[in-house]
Design a protein around this ligand. Sequence first.
Ligand code: ADP
Ligand code: MG
Length: 576
Amino acid sequence: MNRIKILPPEIYTRIAAGEIIERPSNVVKELLENSIDAKATKITIEVISAGKKLIRITDNGCGMSKEDLTLCVKPHATSKIENFEDIYNLSTLGFRGEALASIVNVSKTKIISKIKEEKIGYELVIHGGEIISFEECAANEGTIVEVRDLFYNVPARLKSLKSTYTEKIHIIKTVEEYAVAYNDIEFKLFSDNELILSFNPSISVVKRINDVFKKEIVQNLIYFEHKDEEIKIYGFISPLEHTQINKSLQMFYVNKRPVSSKILTQSLYDAYKDTLPTGRHPVGIIFIEIHPNKIDVNIHPKKRIIKFFDEEAIYNKIKTLLSEKIKYNLDSKKPISIDSYSKVNYVSEKNLNTSQKPLSIYTSYLPTDYSQNLIYENYKKIGIHRYIYLGQLNRTYLLFETNNGLTILDQHAASERILFERFTNENLKSSLQTQRLLFPVNIELKLSDFETIKPYIEELNKLGFEAIISGKSSLGFYSIPSVFEIDDIKDFISKFIENLISDIRSETNDITIKDKIIRSACRAAIKANQLLSLSQVENLLKDLSDCEQPFFCPHGRPTIINIEISEIEKFFLRKK
Ligand code: ADP
Ligand code: MG
């Protein structure tokens, strides 16, 4: 029953080489893949200090015979291919025969394994590539791989590791990623002896996705599926109203292998083309099943990138499938209720030639004699004095004719700045005004997201929120700062959390966590694409010119720009 063979040089030299173990989560990934390849139905992962001290993976898979156990840690040792061409008929995640060999070289590893046919198991101990012991031992069927003191003999690697906090999030994300694809396997993750993830085997992918993401959004996802003799494509995307601030809910799998793929990303975004609000990202969990001879898995040592031989066909199939789904989903909804101003414009927009992209110009209602009515106070500080308000473009930009030409104000950036300064000033006061919520809002998060935010809850509560941990990966909010006047509190809090997670992950160290919290909250509090009345425009100008730094939003984008009349004249070739 010996299965592992050492690949000869004529084969292994053709296999993508390179470092695969750079951080603890890479070890977790490789060991998970091995357990999955061994047909395990239960996989338990234990880590101490985010895997820096210990990573132990226990599975109930097929195990290894005595011979196989001695071979598995050797370079190019694999039971998964025998000839190079086998990679075009691959049904396993692994095939390079390099993971265990790399791991045992940079850690103190113990592997215990037993196969069904044997009564007794075997234990191999190997430190920095040196075999310490190999003996019989009592064991359950399956394999335990225990990796201690990772990089103890590679100081440079050890030094380059990030904080326990960051490495732990990488590990959680890795487990989440495989858990989504292997819904029929039970996964448990213990961190520092605490059970932090537990997924029961489930018959449906949807159920597993729900267990992993926990987000309300899962209920709103659109399922898609396409099958022909070449390929099966299925998965979930978000309707337009549930797009995200970042790409954390995009996951692509080819034959259940998690991959990063430009082609898949592109097809997802192109399916939303022209409809995705700027700065928003779709949810996309896309599974592809395709014959292994239509792809090349051998182009990346970590096997994270694969190549489709016919990229164009894949791109077209996915894009068409998804855009039809999005369109169908849009059509099946009632038109959103729109106020009287926009109704007029809505009708005129419909009159446009439909093959043309609508211009989406929504001007506010203007009295006929507007030039007399609309010269207001001077806002010299922001360069707007003696102005005429011309209207609103794309429900985002306010247009003014000024002495200098055309001034354009980004209403979202401006509101964000105003709120930011208010909130910051509020925080300088000795007692912060908070509003107690009538009904506490509970936000459930994906564990990796929850872990990202957990260390900052105290800081959050210093800033006028009252949030407590209300479950393994959920937060209960009881109060929010008073500066925010919000109609839909739950929506505000979820957006705030989403923004904050993105901001923390962006690892911009020059911004304090306090500022990240403040600006994430302000961003969540602004109303998007709102039609503004004249008095609202006036208030916005006034509030902006009262700001200490009116020209940039807290994220550094300009709030206001001016196009001089001479610039405009250049466009029309009136000036040289
Ligand atoms: P690869 O997965 O590319 O074959 P690895 O170095 O990851 O290379 O593993 C080497 C071999 O060890 C595998 O081909 C497999 O036969 C065996 N092996 C590793 N982990 C397990 C496991 N958890 N259960 C059973 N066999 C395993
Ligand atoms: Mg492997």
